[in-house]
Design a protein around this ligand. Structure first.
Ligand code: NI
Length: 139
């Protein structure tokens, strides 16, 4: 079933419009309506993430365990946020490198902050948070 379409008009600065359609072309969006729909959807997702939405996901990090006190620092961050850290899987990749997958669940902003702290710890070579919203709003 097709969603009902609504047409609306907007007023916008011509330079802003030109830049916007330049970006839309770069992304290969076929027309103005598609470009605007894509940007609106992205803004809605971002808004949900910044609010009280609950997310669940994993933080994946790669690091050298020989690096002084790095393992302790990473463990300490996880203990500081034990309510949001569900489980950790540690894989010894090779002689030097470790891969850790940390399952997390909680308020989007908090989970993002924990991920930033882990990924931003000096000595972490690579890191990424992958998450989805659960559909729950936390008060
Ligand atoms: Ni290891």
């Amino acid at each position: 079933m097709a969603a009902r379409l609504t047409r609306f008009s907007v007023s916008v600065d011509s330079d802003l419009l030109k830049s916007f359609f330049g970006m839309a072309r770069k992304h290969g969006w076929r027309n103005r309506s598609e470009a605007l729909r894509n940007v609106m959807r992205a803004a809605l997702v971002r808004d949900e993430w910044q609010g009280n939405a609950e997310i669940v996901g994993t933080v994946t990090i790669v690091y050298d365990h020989h690096r002084r006190e790095l393992t302790e620092r990473l463990t300490s961050i996880q203990h500081d946020h034990h309510d949001a850290v569900l489980a950790t899987t540690h894989i010894h990749l090779d002689h030097d490198n470790c891969l850790e997958m940390i399952a997390v669940r909680g308020r989007a902003m908090k989970v993002q902050a924990i991920a930033d702290a882990l990924i931003g710890t000096r000595g972490v070579k690579h890191g990424k948070l992958t998450a989805a919203t659960t559909g729950r709003k936390l008060s």
